[in-house]
Write a protein of this length. Structure first.
Length: 308
């Protein structure tokens, strides 16, 4: 439905001004902060996307995914029996089998997500992208994070973008599909809005800000624009699409601010792992550190918390 994006205008100064106000929001304290942080943990896609990934460090990541917060800290908060785990484990296609087998052996139902479709640049032929998606699903990935061809956005080929994402959606089969827009490379906030709408029309279950490999990753102005697109799409269709900021989110305070922004823009119903994820590799470590401080009154030494 190209009519939905034909006359899009984004008031950039107003969006940037709103984003600056978001940064000044006061964070919650005490038990409220601990509750928000535990909520954030359940929405994390715990990620390793390094060239030196091996079966052993993927296994370690999976163990951390099942036990994201030390058991004694959860007992102190009376949350030890609530089954708190991260939202998913995210790896490259070649490491999907390692993650699936490890989680299965641990008796854990955490889904494995895999990046695909020429991640992170998207500069591979469509046939190769589709083959990579099918292989990741075959290896056991239940969620696929695809990346779009930025050139289609920058040259205004909206029908081409729709067709590419639609074919990726078909290749995913039963797996959920998150569409990475790589917003730092789309040129304008108007293009971010348009690409968001096209991705949702083509069947994306989530839209995601970044690969984490761009110079500019998840920012609040981009988040506001993408959430407004999600809200508009929901008003038009009645279908809820998830949102995932990713890249550069490293502190507990940032995580809480993103949660608050989702609550303000989309509502409490979006604050579940089914509709909101945080893409992060080092965020969990800071969240556990803040929970340790809340429980004990002091910060943990380096050896006292397992690395995320």
């Amino acid at each position: 439905e190209l009519g939905w994006i034909s006359k899009v205008y984004v008031n950039r100064p107003a969006v940037v001004r709103h984003a600056e106000q978001i940064k000044k929001w006061k964070t919650v304290k005490g038990n409220w902060q601990a509750a928000w942080l535990l909520k954030a943990v359940t929405c994390i896609d715990l990620t390793t996307l390094s060239g030196d990934d091996t079966p052993s460090n993927v296994q370690r990541l999976c163990f951390k995914a099942k036990h994201p917060i030390r058991e004694d800290l959860l007992k102190a908060l009376d949350m030890h029996d609530k089954g708190i785990t991260v939202g998913a484990v995210c790896v490259y296609p070649a490491r999907v089998s390692d993650a699936v087998n490890t989680l299965k052996a641990a008796g854990c139902n955490i889904p494995v997500a895999s990046v695909a479709a020429g991640f992170p640049s998207g500069q591979t032929p469509l046939e190769t992208k589709l083959a990579e998606i099918r292989l990741a699903v075959e290896y056991g990935a239940r969620e696929i994070d695809i990346v779009i061809s930025r050139s289609l956005v920058l040259t205004g080929q909206w029908e081409g973008l729709y067709e590419e994402i639609r074919l990726c959606r078909a290749a995913c089969g039963e797996a959920h599909m998150k569409t990475i827009l790589a917003t730092g490379e789309l040129g304008s906030l108007a293009n971010v809005y348009k690409a968001s709408m096209i991705a949702m029309m083509a069947g994306s279950d989530f839209i995601k800000t970044s690969t984490g490999k761009e110079v500019e990753n998840a920012t609040f102005p981009v988040g506001v624009v993408m959430m407004r697109a999600i809200k508009e799409y929901y008003w038009q269709t009645g279908y809820k699409v998830g949102f995932k900021p990713a890249g550069g989110i490293r502190t507990a305070k940032e995580a809480i601010t993103w949660l608050m922004l989702v609550k303000e823009e989309l509502g409490v119903e979006w604050l579940t792992p089914e509709l909101f994820r945080l893409g992060a590799s080092s965020l969990l470590g800071d969240i556990e550190q803040q929970i340790f401080y809340h429980v004990t009154g002091s910060y943990a030494l380096q050896h006292e918390l397992a690395m995320a």
